[in-house]
Structures are given as structure tokens and as C-alpha cells.
Design a protein around this ligand. Structure first.
Ligand SMILES: [Zn+2]
Length: 456
């Protein structure tokens, strides 16, 4: 058994071959190699396979061109977070016990109206470290202050789709209107989209119940012009649907379809309260879903019909939501809750398979976001995680399917030791190499004291 070596220098040139005791690829064949190798070059995976046979060199690469590193443990794809407001580490746990509508209007929006750009930077920096330390390598965000949030994501080295929030933030003054937010989102898209291959800019209309019809239509128009992903909350609670039904006589998805909004590339967070007809609309318009079981549980919102979505071929990934309604950014908890709730709701242990659950956190999330990550396969970006295998939860792990089952039902983020994003190591030996966690924690704590002092 090979043991792990010293952390790999970030940005190591040339091809690197990682040799692990186990490689769970999540490729199309769901291959597991024990032991296995993953070869990385230029930020992408170039080869994956069993470690027993000598691995082929890249075309043109001569002998000795590969740096081999014995990492031991288990390598798997980095987890993909499809819905987050990560900078809300500043508001962690605020408003516990309130339902969504009161939670937003009484606990969240009054605090957010007092945030500064620097607050958002430090909140995002701390949250990115929390995500990376848990093995989450991609995150799809919707938040205010897009420039400092993007800067914090880039500094942390996480892969990020950032959707600047678009709505009228109560109490935040005349600049915080949906129109101004949409203008800023367009400017940020022009400035930052694609400037770094880890960052892309989407649009984040908050929801059909927090934007006027004109705001939704205008956002859809800009999204079509930019071919940008639209990241929106849909059908999170039953109550959210009532004003739409009262005014337009149809469900929120039907209303959005009528506006032409669903003709965009839409990622619909939550999507808890959907009828069969709504699900058919999602399928017909290729709407992707970010399933947030822990946030939906904490706010008492309900349980999304994920097996019904998957049966229709709807793309589904998992989301932590913000740390004010979760209250952590540990996607391993969603990975376990998704199949637990699906099975409990259906009273059927076959309602969601174990490998299907792991796919939600990896390949499913990648498909929902349109990212070429989520599996360890040639051509994919080298976003991967090492787990400690010398742990009681992996005993016994005789078969490959047992190993995958232990990842879902028994493992947790505490086993994550090393993390790479695009081949760059961002967590080494359980320490985040890109964010000074002590400094970020101190900065957030100081800012939270200021926000509390200002009255809440
Ligand atoms: Zn949300």
C-alpha cells in the first residue's frame, strides 16, 4: 500500500501521476480502481486507470516527463455545490425557527442591507475555505456584492459560477433595485466572465415572488443575449406560490414558462412544491434543479420530489444553500440526506440508489451547472479530493460497490485530507493553502459584532 507524500506544490508544471489505494472515478462505467492512478496535466485529467500496469505517457512526452506522487488513500471527484450564498457565513444561523418568508424579511434582509463590500469579501473567503476543506471544489452562488465575492472566490481558488442577485433589497436604498442589480450583473459579466477558467458569471433573479414581471422578463432578455445561466429560487415553499396563483392563475413554473423565462438556461434552486405538470415543464424546457434538502428541512419548507425529477431525465444536483439556513457548507450532509429523504418519503429503500446519490453530488451537479467536472475521466478538469481510507468507516470494504456505499452512508468530510481544483492543490494535509482561515474567521467575527451592534 502506498502512503501519501508531502503536499504537491501548487502549479507544478508538466504531467503529474497520482497513485492512490483507490480511485472512485464516477465515469460513465462507474469504474473503481484499487489501486489506481490519475494523471493530470495543464489543469485537466489526461489518464485514469488501475495502478498495476505501467501507464501510458502522453503523446510526445518522453520517459521521465511524469512526476509520480504516491498519495495513498482514496481519490474521487470534488463535490459540486449547485446552490449557495456562501458569503452568508456573516449571518450563520440567523433567524432560527422562522419560516422562509419571515426568516427573509425579519432576520436576513435587514442584516444584508447593512453589509459592505468588504464584509462580503471576508464572508465569502471564510465560506470558500469551509467548502474546500469539505472537498467541495465547485460552487454555484447567488449573492449581492458580486465583485468582492468573485475576488474572494478567485483568491480561494475554488471553481465558481457567480450569479449577482437581482431583486429590490428592502431597506438597502435606491441603488438596490432589480434594475440596478441587473445593470451591475451585466457589467460584471463583461468584466469577469471567462477571465479565469474557474469563474463564470450567471444572472441571479432572486425569485418570481420577489421580482416584478417586468424584472423577470428583462432578466431573461439579458440572459439570452449573454447566453448566461439563470440561477433562481423556485417553489421553495407552498406560501411562495400563493401570490403568483392569485395574480396569474397558475403555478410559478407555469408563470415563468408563459413569460418565456424557461427558454433560458435555468437552474432552479429548491423546486420543492412542484406538480406533475410543473415537472413536465422542467423536463420540456431542460430546467436543472439544485436540491437543498438540509436547508429545506431547517426552514420547514418540504421535501423535493427528486426521484420523480430523475425519472423524467431532469438534471439534478445538490446545494448547501447559505450558511444562514443550513448552517454549514458541508455537502456530504446533503449527499446523505438526499437518498434518506427520498427513501423515507416513498417508504421504499429502492427510491434512490447509492451510486445515484453519489452522482447527484458529482456528475449530476456538473450536468446541472454545465461544467466539465464531476468525474475523474480524461478531458475533465482536474478537480479532485483525497480521503483517508485508514478509518473504521471503510471497514469492511471488500467490493467496489461496498466502497461506494461507504462513501455515501458512512464517510464524511472529516476524512477529506487534500483537494485540487484544476490541478492546483488548495487543501493539503487538512489545511487550506489559499485562505488564511484564522484571519478570515477573525475578520468575519469582528464584522458580525459590528452588524449586531448596529441593531438587528
Ligand atoms: Zn437560496
Amino acid at each position: 500500500m502506498s502512503r501519501r507524500s508531502e503536499p504537491v506544490a501548487t502549479g507544478a508544471p508538466g504531467r503529474v501521476r497520482y497513485v492512490a489505494d483507490a480511485v472512485v472515478t464516477m465515469d460513465e462505467q462507474r469504474s473503481v480502481h484499487r489501486p489506481g492512478v490519475v494523471e493530470v496535466e495543464g489543469g485537466r485529467i489526461v489518464a485514469v486507470g488501475p495502478a498495476v500496469a505501467p501507464h501510458s505517457a502522453a503523446p510526445g512526452a518522453g520517459p521521465g516527463a511524469v512526476t509520480e506522487i504516491a498519495v495513498g488513500g482514496l481519490l474521487m471527484p470534488g463535490l459540486v455545490n449547485c446552490h449557495g450564498h456562501t458569503a452568508m457565513t456573516l449571518l450563520r444561523g440567523a433567524g432560527d425557527g422562522l419560516p422562509l418568508e419571515r426568516w427573509l424579511s425579519e432576520a436576513i434582509w435587514p442584516r444584508e442591507a447593512r453589509l459592505t463590500p468588504d464584509d462580503a469579501y471576508w464572508g465569502m473567503a471564510l465560506g470558500c475555505a469551509e467548502l474546500l476543506l469539505a472537498g467541495v471544489t465547485s460552487t454555484c452562488e447567488q449573492y449581492l456584492f458580486p465583485r468582492p465575492v468573485a475576488a474572494a472566490a478567485l483568491d480561494a481558488g475554488i471553481r465558481c459560477i457567480l450569479a449577482p442577485a437581482i431583486f429590490d433589497l428592502p431597506g438597502a436604498g435606491p441603488d438596490a433595485t432589480w434594475q440596478r442589480c441587473l445593470d451591475v450583473a451585466g457589467e460584471v459579466h463583461a468584466e469577469l466572465d471567462g477571465r479565469d477558467d474557474r469563474l463564470s458569471i450567471a444572472l441571479g433573479p432572486h425569485g418570481a415572488y420577489t421580482l416584478p414581471e417586468e424584472g423577470l422578463v428583462s432578466t431573461a432578455k439579458v440572459a439570452a443575449e449573454l447566453d448566461a445561466l439563470v440561477h433562481i429560487h423556485v417553489a421553495e415553499t407552498q406560501a411562495e406560490d400563493e401570490p403568483i396563483r392569485a395574480r396569474y392563475g397558475c403555478s410559478t413554473p407555469a408563470f415563468l414558462a408563459r413569460l418565456g423565462f424557461l427558454d433560458c438556461r435555468v437552474l432552479a434552486a429548491h423546486s420543492v412544491w412542484l406538480s406533475d405538470e410543473d415537472l413536465d415543464l422542467y423536463r420540456d424546457h431542460d430546467v436543472a434543479v439544485a436540491h437543498c434538502p438540509q436547508s429545506n428541512g431547517k426552514l420547514g419548507s418540504g421535501i423535493a420530489r427528486v426521484p420523480h425529477m430523475l425519472r423524467r431525465g431532469i438534471r439534478v444536483g445538490l446545494g448547501t444553500d447559505g450558511p444562514a439556513s443550513n448552517d454549514n457548507l458541508d455537502l456530504w450532509e446533503e449527499l446523505r440526506l438526499a437518498p434518506l429523504l427520498a427513501r423515507a418519503t416513498a417508504t421504499d429503500a429502492a427510491a434512490m440508489g447509492t451510486a445515484e446519490a453519489l452522482a447527484l453530488a458529482t456528475t449530476g451537479g456538473a450536468a446541472a451547472l454545465g461544467l466539465d467536472v464531476g468525474s475523474l475521466a480524461p478531458g475533465r478538469r482536474a478537480d479532485m479530493v483525497r480521503l483517508e481510507l485508514d478509518d473504521p468507516v471503510f471497514v469492511p470494504g471488500v467490493s467496489e460497490s461496498e466502497l461506494v456505499a461507504h462513501l455515501v452512508w458512512a464517510a464524511s468530510s472529516r476524512l477529506v485530507t487534500d483537494v485540487w481544483v484544476g490541478g492546483r492543490q488548495v487543501v493539503a494535509g487538512r489545511s487550506c493553502t489559499t485562505v488564511d482561515v484564522t484571519e478570515a474567521g477573525r475578520a468575519v467575527a469582528e464584522r458580525v459584532r459590528r452588524l449586531a451592534h448596529a441593531g438587528s
